[in-house]
Design a protein around this ligand. Structure first.
Ligand code: IVH
Length: 676
């Protein structure tokens, strides 16, 4: 990206950030999830760190939140209301502590105590007490300037209006969180999306009587400006708070050591669902106020505190677009492009929509606000649509009736087994006619269980296809290596390596070969069955001439679905061409050769060390296909020890003693007449 593009990207992000802030703070109606907001903020900060020329008054480094709404009087905070940096993992915590130790120039063994406080997901407020009297209550606003919501805050029972304790400071801003308990939220849930919205909305009512109707609670946890506060650490402060009549979180703990923070985190995460208030993480604050003072702040967050967020496997985001991906078998898979959100520490920007039926069933539309779930390693998917947030002008998503790649008609097939129409819509061309299908077929062809070509991954296949270096599988074996050498990212050595791995794979077993063709419904197992049935490549190649398709039904495990798929494969001229071309280039070994007189008959082998471009499993099956056998240790029964990189010395030594032939990979392949 050049400077202009970076600037443009930055401006777009700032614009979105402003918009999110406006909705959140002005309208009390957030249009993005917290995670989404955090990610955006992080992205902006990252851009600023990487590109010093980027500047904006609206940068998150200058603002915390958004300017307060015009309805309330604006008042400057006597001390700014800061925000917190986030941690998502143990590693983040380790780094946090490391930085602190560095800053304080302390050794690793310096013990730091933290006040670990569950982070209530509500609305923060700052209460100014003067001579024990509550004189003002402010919302956070932009962190510097808040809204005067004193009268509304005064309606909250948990907030003391006057404090008589002798040790209560002359002047202090008590800060904490206003929130609604889950049990109370139940009764008003029809009016608000979540407890936090309800708290925020009710705090902003014009008439305090309206605020009073909502059962708001207050928990105190920090302070702003103070005069006469006589405590030396956070935990002591929390204790004082409850002595003075404030509520504090009963789950607050004093902890040292990252390991213990993690244990506490896990423990609280377990209780999370059963707590009567929403929490979204745990705040860790260095307990000692002297250390806090020394550490100070960075931008708008203290260096001495961090919020350890819980990993949610769900998040709310907006569908920006619906993309249609085309698979190897022509299946059209809709994918929602969503506004990136952090779900459990992973940035998610795509969610699968499965198929056309799923879109219809859930009536998913572009522009919708949806709940996205990311469970385990599976592709994130959409759980539900918030139809209340649907833009008025939105229209139903129309699934394309033409393939977006090749323009062929898209069809839904009748499934013979389930006797139902398929949920999946497909490109009817089903083959090399469609570019997208071709690329997927090529990726499958070189994949691990097929030709397993080292150094020819998905990205490279895509790149070579775009450059017209590969259009059909046979082109892989006729690559223009001189041209590749001139491409960015390639050099003499890498091209040599690629050439070597491709040439090595010119010999392949019939079963792998059949599998690599990517015939629909013919996976590895079915390919094995077919290869046993056909025995040789030429039988398979001449299937349509030599056999009746219905004969294939005699193969145990092959059914109507597979046969009809094979039939349609062989009725496609391009497929036949590919088959013939590959037949000319490759050595496709017979399936039944194992049992008969192969080249390695009566010969036993043992491999030691790492081989290049061929796995142990593959070499073993090559040996067996050629009537040889493999042994697991060196003994006088062994005929050949095949050595790769870093062989086990002991094995080589004993082979030498027993006068066993020691050969390398190339010599072995020569025995099979396999080298080019
Ligand atoms: S301390 C100087 N303590 O989290 C540190 N904040 O992103 C700032 N929060 O605005 C506040 N529980 O709304 C602190 N025990 C706790 C908290 C807490 C929840 C919220 C608060 C703040 C936000 C920071």
């Amino acid at each position: 990206m050049n400077k202009k593009e970076i600037q443009k990207k930055y401006k777009e992000k700032i614009k979105l950030f402003n918009k999110l802030n406006k909705f959140y703070y002005d309208k009390s109606d957030p249009i993005a999830s917290d995670q989404e907001y955090d990610v955006l903020k992080k992205e902006i900060l990252l851009l600023e760190t990487n590109h010093k020329f980027l500047k904006s008054n609206n940068s998150p480094t200058n603002t915390v939140g958004y300017k307060p709404s015009k309805n309330f009087k604006k008042v400057l905070h006597r001390a700014p209301m800061l925000s917190l940096a986030n941690a998502f993992s143990e590693e983040d915590l380790i780094n946090f502590e490391k930085k602190i130790l560095n800053f304080l120039s302390q050794k690793k063994n310096f013990e730091i105590f933290y006040s670990a406080e569950p982070k209530i997901d509500g609305i923060s407020a700052s209460l100014t007490y003067s001579s024990g009297k509550l004189i003002r209550g402010l919302s956070r606003g932009d962190g510097k300037e808040g809204e005067d919501i004193t009268e509304n805050l005064k309606t909250i029972g948990d907030i003391p209006k006057e404090i008589f304790s002798k040790d209560f400071p002359l002047e202090i801003d008590i800060r904490g969180e206003v929130f609604i308990q889950k049990s109370d939220f139940k009764d008003i849930r029809q009016n608000f999306a979540n407890p936090r919205n309800a708290a925020s909305g009710s705090l902003r009512q014009k008439n305090p009587e309206d605020t009073k109707k909502i059962p708001l609670k207050f928990i105190a946890y920090t302070f702003g400006f103070e005069k006469g506060l006589n405590v030396s650490n956070q935990f002591e402060y929390l204790e004082k708070l409850s002595e003075w009549g404030f509520k504090t979180n009963p789950l607050n703990k004093l902890i040292s050591g990252i390991k213990n923070l993690i244990l506490n985190y896990q423990d609280i995460e377990k209780q999370r669902a059963n707590l009567d208030f929403d929490i979204d993480g745990i705040v860790y604050k260095i307990n000692d106020f002297n250390l806090q003072k020394r550490l100070g702040n960075v931008a708008n967050a203290p260096r001495w505190a961090i919020a350890h967020k819980f990993s949610s496997n769900k998040g709310s985001s907006k569908i920006l677009d619906i993309d249609i991906q085309i698979g190897r078998t022509g299946a059209l898979t809709p994918v929602a492009k969503i506004q990136p959100i952090n779900i459990g520490g992973v940035l998610v920007s795509n969610a699968t929509l499965h198929n056309e039926d799923e879109i219809i069933r859930k009536d998913i539309r572009i522009g919708d606000i949806v709940t996205v779930e990311r469970a385990g390693d599976v592709i994130p998917h959409i759980l539900s649509v918030d139809t209340n947030k649907r833009p008025k002008n939105s229209s139903k998503f129309v699934f394309p009736n033409k393939c977006p790649s090749c323009g062929s008609k898209t069809i839904k097939e009748f499934n013979e087994v389930t006797k139902k129409i398929d949920a999946v819509r497909r490109c009817s061309s089903e083959g090399y006619f469609c570019d997208k299908i071709t690329i997927e077929k090529l990726k499958h062809f070189v994949s691990k269980e097929a030709f397993n070509i080292d150094g020819l991954g998905k990205k490279i296949i895509e790149g070579f296809w775009k450059l017209n270096l590969i259009s059909f599988p046979q082109d892989i074996f006729r690559l223009d290596y001189n041209k590749i050498e001139t491409l960015e990212g390639w050099g003499k050595l890498s091209v040599e390596n690629l050439k070597y791995s491709i040439n090595q794979k010119k010999t392949i077993s019939l079963e792998r070969f059949i599998f690599s063709l990517g015939i629909r419904h013919i996976g590895l197992e079915n390919a094995k069955l077919l290869s046993k049935y056909f025995v040789s490549f030429s039988n398979f190649q001449n299937l349509s001439k030599k056999y009746n398709y219905d004969d294939l039904l005699n193969i145990d495990g092959i059914g109507e679905t597979q046969v009809s798929s094979i039939r349609s494969f062989f009725s496609n001229e391009l497929n036949i061409k590919v088959l013939n071309e590959l037949g000319k280039i490759l050595v496709i070994t017979n399936s039944a050769a194992k049992q008969k007189n192969g080249l390695l008959k009566n010969k036993s082998f043992l491999v030691t060390g790492k081989l290049s471009g061929i796995s142990r499993a593959e070499i073993k099956s090559l040996i067996e296909e050629n009537s040889g056998s493999t042994l697991s240790s060196v003994s006088n029964k062994l005929n050949y020890l095949i050595t790769g990189e870093k062989p086990t010395k002991r094995k080589v030594e004993s082979a030498k003693q027993l006068k066993i032939k020691i050969i390398n990979q190339d010599q072995f392949l020569k025995m099979l007449k396999k080298t080019s």
